[in-house]
Design a protein around this ligand. Structure first.
Ligand SMILES: *Cc1c(COP(=O)(O)O)cnc(C)c1O
Length: 353
């Protein structure tokens, strides 16, 4: 036996393995992964039960792509489906960027971005959020160089919950070179009620370098099945398909996604409920003295700075599993039964901050 190790890409060897939201203890509420607390609809369960297992799935997810194309007023060629929207984002980054290329995104934003960029061999350019935890789109535009291949805009932003407004987005897009791909990550768009927020569907057709990224994981409650999608120019979607690992989107996921679109009204009622609960919890937190940005997704951001790990422990003691992310904790909106414990823990933390 030799102690020699194989040679890995150093930037990959240096990466921390994926950190999942902690599993909740038996009596605890898992509010660490922005999951949907509702059980699947009976029709979704049926679709999953009927899905093919011994056969490979439809590699091109034709039925689902056609269905999505119809709703976005585009062709099926302008839709790419992946095993989670993170997979589609990875395809887009890999298709557009490699060693020496730059990907611009706000920070703090979605934890997955830096890793996807590193895997492509490209370089992350993180543009700090404004003091009120929003994207600084002027600074993001200023960060674009000849090396920039992709800019990711996340609205609502995970984990701070802030939106980009339509006006901000329009002004930003006017400054971005046509050769730079802009990905608008709308993982939480269904939870947005603010009329000033940018909506991808309103701006997609105005920008030939824009791709929308959406998911069935959050509002539609299919996180465990892994299905998300992008909508954008056909040649960009073709490039994403070219780098995708074929057959990753299983039949159960394709079928469950279609049934979810069939029963969208029922699912969006749940979204409305979660949005109302979010606003109620946020108001109670503000009343406790928290300086928390107004939330627009299915989660709330509490700035805890250097007390973050301590704060997460206080929540855990109250049976609430949160996500500790550097300068703050992110708390998902889940079961109503969790609210009393959540607020009791938050009151304890804010008192000591
Ligand atoms: C949850 C999330 C996604 C979606 O992930 P899936 O791979 O579709 O489950 C994408 N972007 C952001 C910002 C998210 O928070």
């Amino acid at each position: 036996m030799t102690s020699e190790r194989v040679t890995l890409r150093p930037e990959i060897a240096a990466m921390a393995p994926y950190q999942q939201g902690k599993p909740a203890a038996a009596e605890a509420f898992k509010l660490s992964s922005n999951e949907n607390p509702f059980d699947p609809l009976p029709s979704v369960r049926e679709a999953i039960a009927e899905a093919s297992v011994n056969r490979y799935p439809d590699a091109l997810a034709v039925a689902l792509r056609e269905r999505l194309a119809e709703r976005f007023g585009v062709s099926a060629a302008q839709v790419q489906v992946g095993s989670g929207s993170v997979a589609v984002l990875s395809q887009l980054i890999t298709a557009a960027a490699s060693v020496g290329d730059e990907i611009v995104f706000s920070w703090r934003s979605f934890e997955a971005y830096p890793g996807l960029v590193a895997v492509a061999g490209a370089t992350s350019v993180r543009v700090p959020n404004t003091p009120d935890e929003r994207h600084d789109l002027d600074a993001m535009a200023a960060a674009i160089t000849d090396r920039t291949r992709v800019v990711i805009v996340c609205s609502p932003n995970n984990p701070t919950g802030a939106i980009v407004t339509r006006d901000e987005f329009d002004a930003f897009m006017a400054t971005v070179p046509a050769s730079v791909l802009v990905v608008l990550d709308e993982a939480y768009i269904e939870f947005v009620t603010d009329p000033s927020a940018v909506r991808g569907t309103d701006v997609l057709h105005a920008h030939p370098n824009l791709v929308l990224l959406r998911t069935f994981s959050k509002a539609y409650g299919l996180a465990g099945l892994r299905v998300g999608y992008a909508v954008g120019p056909a040649y960009v979607m073709d490039a994403a398909r070219a780098v995708a690992i074929p057959l990753s989107v299983i039949d159960a996921a394709q079928k469950a996604a279609i049934v979810s679109l069939d029963h969208e009204d029922e699912l969006l009622e749940r979204v409305t409920h979660l949005g109302a609960l979010r606003d109620e919890i946020w108001q109670a937190l503000v009343a406790q003295g928290w300086n928390s940005p107004r939330p627009h997704g299915n989660f709330i951001w509490l700035p805890t700075d250097e007390r973050t790990l301590e704060a997460a422990e206080v929540f855990a003691r109250h049976g609430i599993v949160v996500r500790a992310l550097g300068e703050g904790v992110r708390i998902s909106i889940g079961e109503r039964e969790a609210v009393d414990n959540l607020l009791a823990a938050a009151a304890e933390v804010v008192r000591d901050l």
